[in-house]
Design a protein around this ligand. Sequence first.
Ligand SMILES: NC(=O)c1ccc[n+]([C@@H]2O[C@H](COP(=O)([O-])OP(=O)(O)OC[C@H]3O[C@@H](n4cnc5c(N)ncnc54)[C@H](OP(=O)(O)O)[C@@H]3O)[C@@H](O)[C@H]2O)c1
Length: 251
Amino acid sequence: MADQLNDTVALVTGASSGIGEAAARDLAARGATIALVARRKDRLEALAAELGGRTLVIDADITDRSAAEAAVARTAAEFGRLDTVVNNAGVMLLGPAVGAPLEEWERMVDINIKGLMYVAHAALPHLLAAAESGPRQVADLVNISSVAGRVARAGSAVYNLTKFGVTAFSESLRQEVATRHVRVSVVEPGAVATELTTHMRAEVREVARARFADVERLAAEDIGDLIGYIVSRPRRMALNEILVRPTNQAG
Ligand SMILES: NC(=O)c1ccc[n+]([C@@H]2O[C@H](COP(=O)([O-])OP(=O)(O)OC[C@H]3O[C@@H](n4cnc5c(N)ncnc54)[C@H](OP(=O)(O)O)[C@@H]3O)[C@@H](O)[C@H]2O)c1
């Protein structure tokens, strides 16, 4: 496993915690050189120190279009290429739509949709170039959606809106670049034990906690491992969409 991604470069957004941090660890363990992107620089620096090598720390708010573009450009400039992008940064602010704070909706659209879009747009030319001339002749864009990108529920309206959007965007892009050997994959996790729920208002967090009280959550490493698996498949094989729930999460 250690040399599967040798000589390749991966950029991971939201690498300061949870799934992004786990994905960065997994891709590094498979041999990739990594650019870590998020706002909490101290967390990124600690991870970079752990990963060693030429790991790049980029503290950027990807809702800022120029910052997202600069993160991609800096990675390509520093390492000379970009083979893999894990578009993972996101926020989940649940609760009833009626009377919801509009700022929460705007935040989800800004990060989950616009931030992901900015990174994808900036990265695609590099991924196409990597697929054409890179060591593996294939490149990967892995977008993190959610079960909420496949199943809508009351109390999740705008999170559903953003994640259905990510799922649809990924499938459309996949069809567009498939013949050029850029694999676009969408991962749709169920409940994973991360910091994701800590950003919600207390009363909403309690409702979400109660809904998943009996569910044995996935670990961030489970999804990190899945992302590493997707990216390290042979050139002929593309995992287009993976819906992954904890075993005892029914819905
Ligand atoms: N946990 C779950 O149950 C679950 C289930 C399905 C899907 N997901 C999806 O998985 C992804 C990762 O979430 P997680 O569970 O790992 O939660 P998390 O631990 O809260 O991680 C979210 C990451 O996004 C980054 N981020 C947030 N806003 C950002 C911004 N404006 N610019 C750059 N980075 C930003 C955060 O870093 P900074 O705060 O340092 O910027 C953090 O690294 C999200 O897209 C989420 O919707 C999670």
